[in-house]
Design a protein around this ligand. Sequence first.
Ligand code: C5P
Length: 217
Amino acid sequence: SPLVIAIDGPSGSGKSSTSRGVAARLDLAHLDTGSMYRAVACRLAHLGIDPKTNPLDTIEVARTCRLEIDTSADHDLVLVDGEDVTEEIRLPETSAKVSAVATIQPVRDALTARMRQIAAERGRIVMEGRDITTVVCPDAQVRVLLVADPAVRIARRQAELGENVDMAQVIDSIVRRDRDDSTVSTFEEPADGVAVVDSTHLNLAQVIDAVIDLVPQ
Ligand code: C5P
């Protein structure tokens, strides 16, 4: 039977590791919807289209580009128009560009439709993002808002990126993106029926357990 687990949260909340961990434990597919916005941002950069000055071409690309995303829990391959952008989508340059793409409503509508199609095709899936519990899959059987104190999110992102990281850039990528995304994400107030899991004082295994505990038996 279909099972959709919707997980929203800001960057550094542990959303991706949690979502992959839950999908692996329950043998579900996994879709990181942020990777779709990121892939469109990369494609636009390759085409030399600036979303801020050229929203019409931006929308056209979001509607028509070919997105191939591996939905297995232990893979993260992302191709856009046949080009492998798996690594490029994670670069700080891409993170800095993606909010400008994600705040264009027709872009959101186009990608939301694709997300719903993938969820329907897979049937049993963990969907992670910013508006999954509210917009993309409001009827999901499990809806979780994953939160964590900003200082902890910054420390986790730093640990993820390793030794030679530019701290100013890490802080900027978290704090500025919280602000830039504030129109597309609803982190202050969880929607009705959405469970809040605060990972500030939990390790990854505990957060995965907390989400799995919410799955109806
Ligand atoms: O989750 P991640 O940080 O990879 O998401 C990248 C960006 O994609 C976010 O900063 C946000 O602008 C956008 N996004 C969104 N809605 C989603 C997922 C991501 O607007 N469901």
